[in-house]
Structure formats: structure tokens, C-alpha cells
Design a protein around this ligand. Structure first.
Ligand code: PRP
Ligand code: URA
Length: 208
């Protein structure tokens, strides 16, 4: 697990958490934060050497390898992270997974899916702002595993220790990396992250 440690990230997170921050600002800050987190999340993106000619000399550089990385935002709130991620890695492909957590049982369910059938040999980047109980993220990762994915990086803005522990335990031995903007204190009795930022989907898009 990698937890961001940078004053600009903490500054943006502080504004994001503030209950007085309106949706347009919340959306813009989410994008900016994700681009900063994406820099760390893509550290191990698969590349190969290419030889190119500069105006001065021939040189060897790197290009992103095929199959191209797949970005998977978890709808609804993960959609607010997509632009920030593609800003850094525009050549990636995008697949979608719609999931909702039952607010009583906290169990996630999948209501939409548009992903390539075969994910073997694909590096997948899952976007979900909140890692609370971890149920949604785990279910998403399992979904990708079932299609052959082996290398999954999850980018979350906030995580709760309970959810991080649950995901790490369940994916032990697999190539799964968590990149968080911050690791918060705990979950409350409603399964919300404390101090958190409230309901990420509602703050991005209004009450569903
Ligand atoms: C939120 C959030 C995560 C999930 C986290 O989504 O965006 O997907 O809850 O909770 P968990 O770790 O306990 O599973 P929600 O179900 O509210 O749907 P939304 O994105 O449509 O708002
Ligand atoms: N989902 C959210 O949007 N916020 C939380 O704190 C927990 C789950």
C-alpha cells in the first residue's frame, strides 16, 4: 500500500473534506488529486524500449506496451476520477463497472458492466474514491480476476484501516497495489469513513 505524503495533496484533501465545499469545486479538486495519485499509481506501468530520432541524434526511450492499460472507474463516484487519470495516461483504454453499496447491509452489488472479455496480460487501474469496508473494491477486483486480470492497482482518495486490512488479506499473494490519498482513522457505525468527506457520489453529483 502506498499512502500519499505531499503537502499539496493534503491541502487539496483538506478542501475536499470541508462540508462547505460545493460540487463544482469538489469535482475539480478530485480531478487534480487523482492526477497527482496517478503519478505514483503508474510507477510500474509496463513499457518497452523504442529507438527514436531527435533533431540531433538517435536515442532510446520508453513507450507504453500493448495491450494498453485498462482504467476501470467504479460508477458512480469513480467516474469523478476518470478525467484526472486519463490526463496522465491518455493512451489507456477505459472499462466501466457500476456498483452500489446497500446502505443497510453494506453489501455491494454490480448493476452495470462494460469491460473487455479477456483481461489476461492487462494492467488494470481501478478508480474508487472511498475504500470504506472494502466490499466494493474487493468485489471489483474479483470481477477483474475472473476475466483473467493479474495485475491490479486501485486508486482511492480515502481509505479506512478496516477496509484496507480486509482487501489486503483477501488479495494476499496476488499482484494488487493500493494507492491512497490518505488513510483515515476508522469507520463509523454506518460504514462511513471518519473523518472522511461524506458520501463521495452525492458530493460529486448530488443526491441520487
Ligand atoms: C461508495 C463509494 C465506494 C463504496 C465504498 O459508493 O464510491 O464505491 O461506497 O464502500 P465500501 O468500501 O464499504 O464498499 P456507493 O455505493 O455509495 O455508490 P455511488 O458511487 O453510486 O455513490
Ligand atoms: N462511501 C462514501 O461515499 N463515503 C464513505 O465514507 C463510505 C462509503
Amino acid at each position: 500500500m502506498h499512502v500519499a505524503d505531499h503537502p499539496l495533496i493534503t491541502h487539496k484533501l483538506t478542501v475536499l473534506r470541508d462540508v462547505a465545499t460545493p460540487s463544482p469545486t469538489f469535482r475539480a479538486l478530485t480531478s487534480e488529486l487523482v492526477t497527482l495519485l496517478a503519478y505514483e499509481a503508474t510507477r510500474h506501468v509496463r513499457t518497452h524500449e523504442v529507438t527514436i530520432q531527435t533533431p540531433v541524434a538517435e536515442t532510446v526511450g520508453l513507450a507504453i506496451s500493448e495491450p494498453r492499460p485498462l482504467i476501470v472507474p467504479i460508477l458512480r463516484a469513480g467516474l469523478g476520477m476518470l478525467e484526472g487519470m486519463t490526463a496522465l495516461m491518455p493512451s489507456a483504454e477505459v472499462g466501466f463497472l457500476g456498483m452500489v453499496r446497500n446502505e443497510e447491509t453494506l453489501e455491494p452489488s454490480v448493476y452495470a458492466e462494460r469491460l473487455p472479455d479477456d483481461l489476461s496480460n492487462r494492467q488494470c487501474f481501478v478508480l474508487d474514491p472511498m475504500l470504506a469496508t472494502g466490499g466494493s473494491l474487493l468485489s471489483a477486483i474479483q470481477y477483474l480476476f475472473e476475466r483473467g486480470a493479474q495485475d491490479v492497482t486501485a486508486v482511492c482518495i480515502l481509505g479506512a484501516p478496516e477496509g484496507v486490512a480486509a482487501v489486503e488479506k483477501a488479495v494476499e499473494g496476488h499482484d494488487v497495489t493500493l494507492v491512497l490519498g490518505a488513510l483515515d482513522e476508522r469507520l463509523n457505525e454506518h460504514g462511513y469513513i471518519v473523518p472522511g468527506l461524506g458520501d463521495a457520489g452525492d458530493r460529486l453529483y448530488g443526491t441520487a
